[in-house]
Write a protein that binds this ligand. Structure first.
Ligand SMILES: Nc1ncnc2c1ncn2[C@@H]1O[C@H](COP(=O)(O)OP(=O)(O)OP(=O)(O)O)[C@@H](O)[C@H]1O
Length: 618
């Protein structure tokens, strides 16, 4: 024989209150939601019906817990509906109509009323159906899972529903006028029909205005002022601008506020969202495209689905389309700004460059529009791409920060303008330039390209530096580093180390080999052999006084030591990590220089007795 599951109502309520509902205060939300749905259902029956929701707090003189009467003039319930919907957990009158008329109702799960049991042990629902026989019925449900239905002795003179909640001694804090005012405003502040609170003999309307972005204003600036004030009210932030939002998909409208400070990169903003004018969540994250992290929004959606936890919208096609449309609204705003107020766009880019760059990468038209305004760090200071291209026909950039550091100073001194494209999106944005702007030329740049811009030596100079070059070639051969001498600025830089991509790979592989076991070292050895010949170069700068003096040094040991030290220094200045051999060179070199300074020899193989020779530059 089959048995029925028994469900403990107490257990279900515990489950909901601990896992689904963020606080007992949501009972106000659920009641407002039911009243709203009931008024909408009545409007479908009687077009033109305008509803009202009333909250009346009945405080007792004798100090016993207060009762809240929550009433609406909506569609009401028939006896059959009471049994079917009120008394069956998980049944909802809205589910059947949902597929056809999804837009009309907020509730759908059939559990909302249970939230009332978080704050009271018994619920009394008095209702008269707009579709029924005119009788008024009473449903009394208790938290132990029992209920009773009977005809009321106090018939209602019009269709509608009254819910009586008598608070428990431990839940009276949820039944004060202040709490109720706050909760009803919080959840129902944008509802399109009056929500009234009566307490202490006074009645007030809690939602006088409706959504502020739908109001008529005297002028554009009045509108902006009012909306920014609203943004400050909602989020406690002084935003710098506001942008209207509208999407037919999901029937969404609202306003986006531009943040006054740059948010953390990729921080997803939390938006305040209303579903059919009832607050759904203050922390919805999935409403806007990812690049739109420079705004916070308030929106109402009439045709998006909430998740069961009601923290955000359900990820479906409507939401994807709405997200796309809202992204278009933000894009339109940026495009108009670029046309009408480029300075404002520049200010916005300075604050929210990452958002703008991410959108530009995604969207060619937008790219064309903003790319000239984007600021880049260069070896000659920060400048917009427009300024850069005006002065330099070829856009040259380094994709990494180390690469930029290696060239910035020397390039700057030669008047070469190199962009540091190590910042997020910059390299991709520059590489996109020739695809979108056909005559643009863009090139990657590295230290290996620098010597091309350096001045060549005269014949005399070449002869004079010959011993230095020979010694340097001998010393640096084991490091697979070639040698040249040229003249460049700044004169304080004695040498410049450069390696092209293969040379850099070789260095990395060598360092890895030094640190790895035999087997792996063998593999790396093979890879290095395949990488080919010398790819690195040490370029001496004959404008540098030390190099000029070095060219005249006859002491071979001193010359060797100096070349070694200049090589290591060039590596360090270029932010190249030293391998084991180079570390050893540094250590020996330092000790050698110290002992040479102390005059205790280190002069084996001396050719000229330690003094400088007669050749050279002074
Ligand atoms: N004020 C009301 N007027 C008319 N019917 C109501 C009212 N409150 C509740 N009901 C009926 O009771 C049913 C159950 O309500 P409940 O709040 O538990 O769930 P729901 O609103 O259908 O869905 P959800 O759990 O998503 O809120 C509703 O579907 C509706 O038929």
């Amino acid at each position: 024989m089959d048995h029925r599951f028994q469900v403990s109502l107490r257990g279900v309520i515990d489950l909901l209150s601990h896992h689904l509902y963020s606080s007992p205060g949501v009972y106000v939300r659920e009641l407002l939601q039911n009243a709203t749905d009931a008024i909408r259902a009545r409007q479908l029956l009687e077009p033109g019906h305008t509803g009202t929701v009333r909250l009346e707090l009945m405080e007792k003189q004798d100090g016993s817990p207060p009762t809240l009467l929550f009433s609406d003039d909506g569609v009401g319930l028939t006896e059959e509906e009471i049994h079917r919907f009120l008394a069956t957990i998980g049944e909802s009158s809205k589910r059947e109509v949902l597929a056809a008329r999804r837009n009309d109702f907020i509730g759908q799960f059939g559990i909302g009323l249970l939230s009332c049991f978080m704050v009271c042990d018994e619920l009394l629902v008095v209702t008269r159906s707009a579709r029924g026989d005119g009788r008024t019925l009473e449903w009394r449900g208790r938290h132990d899972g029992t209920y009773a239905v009977r005809e009321s002795e106090h018939p209602l003179d019009r269709p509608g529903t009254q819910v009586f909640l008598m608070s428990r001694p431990d839940t009276t804090e949820w039944f004060t006028p202040e709490r109720l005012r706050h909760l009803a405003r919080h959840y129902g502040g944008l509802l399109p029909f009056p929500v009234q609170l009566t307490a202490g003999g006074r009645t007030e309307r809690l939602n006088p205005d409706g959504p502020p972005w739908r109001h008529e204003y005297e002028s554009v600036s009045e509108r902006r002022k009012a909306l920014l004030a609203y943004g400050r009210d909602v989020f406690g932030t002084d935003f710098i601008d506001c942008i209207p939002l509208r999407s037919t998909a999901g029937d969404v409208d609202g306003v986006a506020f531009v943040l006054p400070a740059s948010p953390h990169f990729n921080a997803r903003q939390k938006h305040r969202v209303y579903l059919k004018h009832m607050l759904l969540s203050e922390s919805a994250e999935n409403l806007l495209p990812e690049w739109a992290f420079f705004v916070k929004c308030v929106v109402n959606a009439n045709a998006l689905r909430p998740t069961a936890s009601r923290e955000s919208f359900y990820e479906d096609e409507s939401l994807a389309l709405a997200r796309e449309a809202l992204g278009q609204c933000l894009r339109k705003y940026l495009v108009e700004l670029a046309h009408e107020d480029p300075r404002a766009l520049q200010r916005l880019i300075a604050l929210h460059g990452l958002s703008v760059k991410a959108l530009a990468l995604d969207d060619d038209d937008f790219y064309r529009l903003v790319v000239n305004w984007l600021p880049f760090e260069t070896s000659l200071g920060v400048m917009t791409l427009a300024d850069y291209r005006r002065a330099h026909p070829v856009v040259r950039y380094t994709p990494t920060l180390d690469g930029f550091r290696q060239v910035a100073r020397v390039a700057g001194a030669q008047g070469l303008c190199i962009i540091n494209a190590a910042y997020t999106h910059d390299a991709a944005l520059l590489e996109k330039l020739p695809q979108v702007v056909p005559d643009a030329q863009v090139e990657r740049f590295s230290a290996a390209d620098l010597p091309q811009s350096f001045e060549e030596l005269t014949l005399d100079e070449r002869e004079a530096v010959f011993p230095l070059v020979r010694m340097a070639e001998r010393v640096l051969a084991p490091f697979r580093c070639g040698v040249v001498v040229k003249k460049f600025f700044p004169a304080e830089v004695p040498t410049l180390y450069s390696a092209d991509a293969e040379g850099t790979f070789r260095r990395d592989a060598e360092r890895a080999r030094d640190e790895s076991d035999d087997l792996y070292a063998g593999v790396l050895e093979g890879m290095m052999a395949a990488a080919g010949g010398d790819q690195a170069q040490l370029c001496f700068n004959l404008h540098n006084p030390v190099v000029r003096r070095l060219a005249a040094v006859a002491d071979r040991e001193l010359l060797k030591l100096s070349v070694e030290m200049l090589y290591v220094q060039a590596l360090l200045l270029g932010h190249h990590p030293l391998n084991a051999q180079e570390m050893a060179l540094l250590n020996q070199g330092l000790l050698g220089l110290i002992s040479a300074q102390l005059g205790d020899g280190g002069g084996e193989g001396n050719e000229g007795g330690g003094g400088s020779g007669s050749r050279g530059f002074h």
